[in-house]
Write a protein that binds this ligand. Structure first.
Ligand SMILES: NC(=O)c1ccc[n+]([C@@H]2O[C@H](COP(=O)([O-])OP(=O)(O)OC[C@H]3O[C@@H](n4cnc5c(N)ncnc54)[C@H](OP(=O)(O)O)[C@@H]3O)[C@@H](O)[C@H]2O)c1
Length: 227
């Protein structure tokens, strides 16, 4: 929304075409920018390079990619249900990684642009209550560190976004989430971080210190917590 308000044309990808149509119309009316959309299921790993070329052909030069793709799943189900475990690990890590590579190849050839990817504070330390989702996000954060290193030579910027709990459909109905944050705050932090070419964004900011403290707790103590 904030990039559309600033006058940037937008290309949306997602599974729900009715929702994509609704958001596109809303953005075009409110912000007066061109918005394209296309159905996309991240579980399909072929055709990403062609998709990126198609976006560039339709929309013109691509400034950057925002990847806000994820599936929290259910920790206790993942512990016994192989399909659920694979879905959580696959969607949050494999799907995002292969998509990043398609975006990276395109921007690398242009020697400009940015890729901002939603990881999570959950990836900073394995906790008994959500280590399946957390480990996929942790793997993703490491993947993004390496990608950032690879792309810095070509001037392409990679931003890892680590939000704490955000008030979205992913957290709907969950009780007692600490420091639950509105998505608009996360969005404005991302827009600022992209402009400043930050490497890693904790949002809201206090999560940087909270996760520093949590990462510092010795394993022999941490494993006894019920976090
Ligand atoms: N909410 C939080 O507390 C929180 C905290 C830290 C990090 N994050 C991360 O922030 C990002 C955005 O999440 P959110 O909070 O906005 O939750 P969300 O509303 O559930 O967004 C997740 C998005 O991923 C899409 N998605 C899932 N599987 C897909 C697939 N196979 N193909 C295409 N799209 C798929 C969903 O599409 P559908 O609508 O079609 O399901 C949805 O648009 C995620 O990476 C999440 O892990 C969220």
């Amino acid at each position: 929304m904030q990039w559309a308000e600033a006058g940037y044309p937008i290309y949306l990808l997602g599974r729900d075409t009715d929702e994509l149509q609704r958001i596109s119309t809303d953005l075009e009316l409110r912000c007066g920018v061109k918005v394209w959309h296309k159905q996309f299921d991240s579980n399909e790993h072929t055709g990403h390079a062609a998709l990126v070329r198609e976006i560039a052909d339709q929309a013109g030069a691509i400034e950057g990619f925002l990847i806000a793709l994820g599936y929290m799943g259910d920790q206790s189900t993942s512990e016994t249900d192989v399909a659920e475990c694979e879905k959580v690990l696959g969607t949050n890590f494999v799907d995002v990684a292969v998509l990043c590579h398609a975006c990276a190849s395109h921007l690398e050839s242009l020697e400009t642009g940015w890729i901002a990817v939603l990881s999570s504070v959950a990836g900073d330390r394995g906790r008994m209550s959500n280590y399946v989702y957390g480990s996929a996000k942790g793997g993703l954060s490491v993947f993004l560190q390496g990608l950032r290193s690879r792309l810095q030579k070509s001037g392409v910027h990679v931003l890892t976004v680590k939000p704490g709990p955000v008030d979205t459909s992913m957290t709907f109905g969950m009780s007692k989430l600490p420091l639950l944050c509105p998505p608009e705050k996360v969005a404005s932090d991302i827009v600022r971080a992209v402009a400043k070419r930050k490497d890693v964004l904790y949002t809201p900011g206090p999560w940087r210190l909270i996760m520093f403290i949590l990462r510092s707790v010795p394993e022999r103590l941490f494993k006894k917590t019920s976090l």
